[in-house]
Each structure stands twice: as structure tokens, then as C-alpha cells.
Ligand binder design. Structure first.
Ligand SMILES: [Mg+2]
Length: 358
């Protein structure tokens, strides 16, 4: 089998409901890999809030695509190594976003050739993946936060994650407490700092939230500062989660060795695809840590479905019903992994035309 073409495009997805208050749209870079046997693989990577997608597409078109044409797509590990070692070993940042899309598309082809969904190909653990509702952005009013949490609760989710981005830590406390009070014990909360605080301020903020039964405290400091993250983790009683801005097994190894987090959050569309995310997840298992992948739940379900140390997928409800051919439904707070071969995600008829023009 040989790769005959890689076709890329950018889709612009307008936001719905509360999320419109924070973002006009997200953008999705799509890479469709064609083969001489007619099987195609779909790779995607998300430009959150629309960021970086043009550069990712150029990297795909000019640096990765020429090296892919003529290769056997079933040799995923070999292609991965070539991509990772090419360009003087660029596997962080935007090049990792591009590599992720290719790796996801290659695995889609492997699954289709094998006739199996990926989580089964990797040795399944579960086909039913619990999700947490995610959003809670800083532009939301307290009513918006509660409305969004109630939306996820209406789908059976037992967890909701909100941002704590207000410069005044007391205001963040008030917002989290308001949601906690409105939702009661039926819904547990996580909070996300998104790297906005220094070590001291982050410890102070966390201590103000310690009585609210939070599941985790996410990205407490600049993601490059692993010792700083570890210092926060040692000082607070809420478990720390991090990893959405780490790209390789080596960065995660440092997080693990420094005991910087209890929950690791690789993103399959950023951390060099399914291949590296699985390596990271197995490294986590060897160190008694839990994996809860960042975003891309439509793909991450396969990773969690193949792990004994997987936890929740992040469900940020931004995907319109007409984007993918078989929209995933959150039922009783869980996603059932589809039995379709590969990752099971395909663009709906007309979606490419509709959202390219948006
Ligand atoms: Mg986050």
C-alpha cells in the first residue's frame, strides 16, 4: 500500500451558546491521506480560537507531505520517526500539531485495513468513556457558568471544568462557589488556571479553593516551568493536572519525575498524534498516574478506551451536528466508542464546502 496524496484544508466552525461570549470560532486543520488501494485516512488538528492554523497547513503542505507520498501508511512508527527526525527534529509547537494530524490519519488507515476500531486494535479496556463538561470562560457571567454546567448535567455529566482567569482570586472563589452551590453534590468541579499565575500566587489561589471538593487544579503555572508546577503540587491539597502544552514523552517524563501532577493531559492533536499519546499514557501507567486527555474527545475516546489508567475525556461542546458524519452522543455522561474501523470520524457530506466558506 502506498500514500498517493495528502489533501489539506482549514475549516472555520462558529461557536454556539455561552462559548460565543469568548470565541467567534475555532478552526480545524484537516489532512486527508489517500492511498493506491482506495482507503483514506482522516487527520485533524484543532486551532483553538482559530489560532495557528495557516502555519500548520503550510508546514503540512511543504515539509510533511513531500516525505509522505509513496510511503506505506501501515509503517506508522517508521513514518513517525522520519517526521520527528526531519527538519532537525522539530516536534514541538506548530510542527507537532501538523505531525499529529498525519499520525491520526495514518492510524485511521491502519484501523480501516484491519477492520477494527482503534481502541480494539490497541487492546481494548473499555468501550464506554465518561466525559467532563468543559468551558467556564472568563467572559461568562455567573449565570452563564451555571447554565453551561446545567447543560452538561442534562447530558448526565458528573463533572464540569471552569476557568479561573479573573485577576482577583476572591472573584474566582466566588465564581467557583456559585457553581458549586447551584449544582450541588451531583456534579464535581475542576478549575483551570491556564498558566496565568506565578508559583506563589497559584498556591494562594488554590488554598482559597481547597474546601470545594475540586477534582483537580489545572496548569497552575507557566507550562515550561516543571519545577514550579511541582512546587505548587507539593504545597496544595487539590491534585494538580497538566500536560496540554507538552508535546513529547520526554516532556511528560520530566513532569512525572518531578512529581508535578497526578493527572496527565496529552492532547492527541498536539502531542504528535495517537502514537506519542499512547507512549505517554503507558509511561504514566508505569508511574501510577492517571491520563485524562485534553480536548478532541471524538479521537481521545480511543486512547482512554485502550488504557487501564485512563480517566475522563474533555467534552467541550463546540462541534456542530453537521460537521462529522456520525456525531457522537453523550448519554448518561459517557461516550460509547463507535465500532467503525479506524477512529470512526469522517467529515459529513457537504461539511467541507460549508465550513471552508464560513
Ligand atoms: Mg486546560
Amino acid at each position: 500500500m502506498k500514500i498517493t496524496a495528502v489533501d489539506t484544508c482549514i475549516l472555520t466552525i462558529p461557536m454556539q451558546r455561552e462559548m460565543r461570549k469568548q470565541f467567534a470560532h475555532h478552526k480545524l486543520v484537516v489532512a486527508e491521506i489517500s492511498t493506491d488501494e482506495g482507503i483514506k485516512g482522516l487527520g485533524t488538528t484543532l486551532g483553538f480560537g482559530g489560532g495557528n492554523v495557516e502555519a500548520i497547513q503550510v508546514y503540512l503542505e511543504t515539509r510533511l507531505k513531500p516525505a509522505l507520498i509513496g510511503q506505506d501508511p501501515l509503517f506508522v512508527e517508521r513514518i513517525w520517526e522520519r517526521m520527528a527526525r526531519g527538519e532537525s527534529g522539530k516536534k514541538h509547537g506548530l510542527s507537532a500539531f501538523a505531525m499529529s494530524a498525519v499520525d491520526i490519519g495514518l492510524w485511521d488507515i491502519v484501523g480501516k485495513v484491519a477492520g477494527q476500531p482503534l481502541f480494539k486494535l490497541w487492546g481494548a479496556y473499555t468501550d464506554r468513556i465518561p466525559a467532563y463538561g468543559s468551558g467556564g470562560f472568563v467572559n461568562y457571567s455567573i449565570d452563564d457558568l451555571i447554565n453551561e454546567a446545567r447543560f452538561y448535567a442534562s447530558l448526565g455529566c458528573n463533572y464540569y471544568k471552569m476557568k479561573i482567569h479573573h485577576p482577583d482570586p476572591r472573584e474566582n472563589r466566588k465564581r467557583v462557589e456559585s457553581v458549586r452551590r447551584a449544582m450541588g453534590d451531583g456534579m464535581r468541579l475542576m478549575v483551570d488556571v491556564n498558566q496565568r499565575l506565578d508559583v506563589h500566587s497559584s498556591i494562594e489561589q488554590a488554598r482559597m479553593l481547597e474546601d470545594l471538593d475540586l477534582v483537580w487544579y489545572e496548569e497552575p503555572v507557566n507550562a515550561d516551568d516543571v519545577p514550579g508546577c511541582a512546587e505548587v503540587a507539593r504545597a496544595i491539597r487539590i491534585p494538580v493536572a497538566t500536560g496540554e502544552n507538552a508535546y513529547t514523552r520526554y516532556e511528560f517524563r520530566e513532569l512525572i519525575e518531578k512529581r508535578a501532577a497526578r493527572y496527565l493531559m496529552p492532547d492527541v492533536q498536539h502531542a504528535n498524534g495517537f502514537s506519542e499519546t499512547l507512549r505517554i499514557s503507558h509511561l504514566a501507567a508505569a508511574n501510577q498516574l492517571i491520563v485524562s486527555p485534553h480536548l478532541a474527545h471524538e479521537l481521545s475516546i480511543h486512547v482512554v478506551g485502550a488504557l487501564s489508567n485512563g480517566f475522563l475525556v474533555e467534552f467541550m461542546d463546540w462541534i456542530p451536528a453537521d460537521l462529522f458524519e456520525y456525531p457522537l452522543q453523550c448519554v448518561d455522561g459517557c461516550f460509547m466508542i463507535p465500532e467503525r474501523p479506524g477512529h470512526g470520524v469522517a467529515l459529513a457530506p457537504g461539511a467541507r464546502e460549508k465550513y471552508r466558506a464560513a
